[in-house]
Design a protein around this ligand. Structure first.
Ligand SMILES: Cc1cc2nc3c(=O)[nH]c(=O)nc-3n(C[C@H](O)[C@H](O)[C@H](O)COP(=O)(O)OP(=O)(O)OC[C@H]3O[C@@H](n4cnc5c(N)ncnc54)[C@H](O)[C@@H]3O)c2cc1C
Ligand SMILES: NC(=O)c1ccc[n+]([C@@H]2O[C@H](COP(=O)([O-])OP(=O)(O)OC[C@H]3O[C@@H](n4cnc5c(N)ncnc54)[C@H](OP(=O)(O)O)[C@@H]3O)[C@@H](O)[C@H]2O)c1
Ligand SMILES: Cc1cc2nc3c(=O)[nH]c(=O)nc-3n(C[C@H](O)[C@H](O)[C@H](O)COP(=O)(O)O)c2cc1C
Length: 610
């Protein structure tokens, strides 16, 4: 009744269309309705702008508009790019936000104003969606850019040796190509928000006179999110008021240890309810999780620093007790150089000051130490406010979503490896994984949000074969992929490579996977139990063993995905792929690399690694 009366009153639709719409809506559950609503909104938005961009074909409006390119893996740079565009728009500047993966490099010579917002990964490497542009700019093909005015904003983490290296690369290379920096690059650490806001305001103030004088403000071309498939990014999370700044207090339904009693690993399957949040997600997305620190850790820290737990402190504009600040708002389990430096200065400790002044030594010292370890090693007295000022704000942890809403509706599932280790004679637990595994009881709430990952997506066509490489907790998004393909009745072949230490202890989701194999949803399942024999066997060994077939699947159009450990596994798997392409594709090493680059550009080679 509600829909028909509303539609009848103000509708531009024909009677037949109204009937069709009513029929469709009556068949949809609330999640599907939210999805359709977001889909239509995004379609209308794009229809009012330029044609829907296809991969690699986005031509941002050139001339006197501002093009903002983002290189981002976990959403931070993307959000800042979008906020910058919003800010520009309020000043009447046309701003186009473009995912670097979708940017047409031939457009560069037409750009007049370009902003690059990018993070850094690996050992100073570009995020996946920035690799192609980065390679292009550093190649001989890069054009001279004397017409270009640009600015670069870098995101990184000072715990890494190559802090904000990709931003530095882009800055240096654009200058070499003859472009002019209009605003000094900022390299921002994990707690970047305020500094990024300031940087953006300063930049817009500088650009405003030039860009508003030469262009009439009009609709901006937002080339992201793109409407590219059912369940596309245009809709994920869009029906909800909840996000990173305003997380949803979600109920923990269940948590279950899915590694055996004798396993060296503690992996939990976690189910969380999103009921009432309006939050939606796509397979490939991640869930952001905020957590409370361990009360025992807080108590020990206060004891060592002789600070009374109810001492009031100020965090931004908020006044709260030091105990509350340490428990709910500040980072206690990850350590980072800025804490050591500020703490050393506050307690005036000569040895820690000396250590802090040697960056490489400090990084090595901090690598296996939490904040409490530093305070245990270098006890000293400081005020509650000094302690709080030395600590950075807690950053939510991301977990690849291990479920599809097509199967679990308003739930979200995770596969969490608990960070648990003994060091310096004491047990240690990771902040978020420890909270989820040890301190959060079923029925209690956890603050969460959905972080979209538009660069880790199932193929548009259900017929396309997929190869998934996900050892350890890297299995998580592939469980989501399989659930989704199952629910859709997708006919494309699915091949999973999984690895973990022992078959009997660590075969995550064994029954589900074997059932999928029996039913034919999983076409092939290859497992590498690394420690079940004298010498290690890893997923890349299995890939190599089946190299000819992997090559054949790629020739048949397969999409290839890697998820899990970034430091070693993802690199070794990539090398195995290069070897396979070289051997079975009869290519040189350079040609094999070019082949993989083409797969990446075509969004057929995607990584979700951490
Ligand atoms: C996009 C993305 C997706 C992710 N998906 C998943 C997922 O599906 N499942 C999953 O489990 N994780 C996933 N992660 C990792 C996850 O976000 C957290 O980093 C992880 O759970 C650790 O967080 P924590 O708060 O428990 O530990 P933290 O408090 O952050 O502590 C971790 C730190 O402890 C130290 N440390 C860890 N182990 C040891 C050790 N043995 N010895 C000494 N020091 C050590 C290291 O310095 C490490 O940085 C993902 C990360 C990203 C970016
Ligand atoms: N960025 C972060 O903050 C963060 C935090 C926590 C975890 N992580 C990462 O998350 C990853 C996932 O952890 P997990 O415990 O689920 O699994 P994991 O440690 O990646 O182990 C899964 C399997 O991969 C094997 N493996 C080890 N080295 C490999 C290599 N070079 N190539 C291929 N396989 C290899 C392991 O074998 P063996 O162990 O027998 O060698 C094991 O069988 C961790 O490795 C860690 O790097 C990151
Ligand atoms: C696996 C991994 C590797 C990283 N490597 C670096 C690095 O080498 N240098 C750096 O400055 N930051 C590094 N970072 C930090 C990210 O750049 C930082 O978290 C950034 O805010 C991410 O932004 P994004 O969400 O836009 O990708 C790394 C982060 C991860 C998870």
């Amino acid at each position: 009744m509600l829909l028909s009366s509303l539609v009848a009153q103000a509708s531009p639709l024909s009677e037949q269309q109204v009937n069709q719409l009513q029929q469709l809506v009556s068949q949809l559950n609330p999640i599907q309705q939210a999805w359709v609503s977001g889909y239509l909104a995004a379609s209308a938005q794009l229809a009012g702008q330029t044609a829907t961009p296809a991969a690699g074909t986005v031509s941002a409006a050139a001339s006197s508009s501002l093009t903002i390119l983002f290189g981002s893996q976990t959403g931070n740079a993307r959000h800042l790019a979008q906020a910058l565009a919003e800010q520009a728009k309020t000043k009447g500047i046309n701003a186009n936000v473009v995912d670097m993966a979708d940017y047409k490099t031939s457009q560069l010579k037409n750009e007049q104003y370009l902003v690059i917002v990018t993070s850094t990964y690996g050992e100073g490497e570009p995020p996946e969606n920035a690799v192609a542009l980065h390679n292009f700019l550093f190649s001989k093909k890069a054009p001279k850019l004397p017409q270009l005015k640009y600015a670069v904003l870098g995101l990184g983490d000072t715990s890494y040796e190559f802090f904000c290296k990709t931003a530095q690369d882009f800055d240096q290379r654009l200058a070499e190509l003859g472009a002019t920096a209009v605003h000094q690059r900022a390299d921002l650490d994990v707690d970047y928000q305020t500094l990024a806001d300031n940087w953006s305001s300063e930049l817009i103030n500088k650009l405003e006179p030039e860009l508003t004088a030469s262009s009439a403000p009009s609709a901006q071309v937002i080339a992201w999110p793109r409407v590219d498939s059912p369940g596309s990014d245009a809709t994920a999370g869009s029906a909800s008021q909840y996000n990173k700044q305003n997380p949803f207090a979600a109920e923990l339904y269940t948590k279950q240890k899915i590694t055996g009693r004798d396993s060296t690993k503690d992996v939990r399957h976690i189910e969380i309810s999103l009921a009432g949040s309006g939050l939606t997600y796509q397979p490939g997305d991640a869930l952001g999780v905020y957590f409370n620190n361990d009360p025992a850790l807080v108590r020990e820290l206060l004891l060592l620093t002789a600070i009374a737990r109810d001492t009031p402190v100020t965090l931004g504009t908020e006044t709260l007790t030091v105990e509350q600040a340490l428990t709910e708002q500040l980072e206690l389990t990850q350590s980072y150089p800025a804490f050591a430096e500020k703490y050393a200065a506050a307690i005036n400790h000569a040895d820690l000051l000396a250590l802090s002044s040697d960056k490489a030594q400090l990084r090595s010292y901090l690598s296996d130490r939490q904040i409490i370890d530093i305070v245990r090693d270098y006890p000293g007295l400081l005020s509650a406010q000094q302690l709080v000022d030395a600590l950075r704000k807690q950053q939510p942890r991301l977990y690849s979503i291990a479920s599809s809403q097509a199967e679990v509706e308003e739930e979200v599932h995770l596969t969490v490896g608990v960070v648990r280790y003994d060091a310096f004679g004491q047990p240690h637990l990771g902040g978020a994984s420890g909270f989820l595994a040890e301190r959060l009881a079923e029925g209690e709430n956890v603050r969460v949000f959905v972080e979209q990952n538009p660069n880790f997506r199932l193929p548009q066509s259900d017929d396309t074969p997929v190869i998934m490489v996900g050892p350890g907790t890297g299995i998580a998004p592939f469980r989501a992929f399989l659930q989704e393909r199952d629910a859709r009745g997708a006919s494309g072949k699915n091949w999973l490579f999984f690895g973990n230490p022992h078959f009997t202890q660590d075969f995550l989701y064994q029954l589900e996977l074997q059932n999928y194999l029996k039913r034919g949803l999983l076409t092939k399942l290859d497992v590498a139990f690394s420690r079940d024999q004298a010498s290690k066997v890893y997923v890349q060994d299995k890939l190599r063993k089946h190299g000819e077939q992997v090559w054949q699947w790629l020739q048949d159009g397969a999409h290839l995905y890697i998820c899990g450990d970034a430091n070693r596994m993802a690199k070794d798997v990539q090398q195995a792929l290069l070897d396979i392409v070289q051997q079975y594709g009869a290519k040189t090493a350079e040609q094999a690399q070019a082949y993989l680059d083409e797969l990446r550009a075509a969004k057929r080679y995607q990584k979700d690694v951490y």
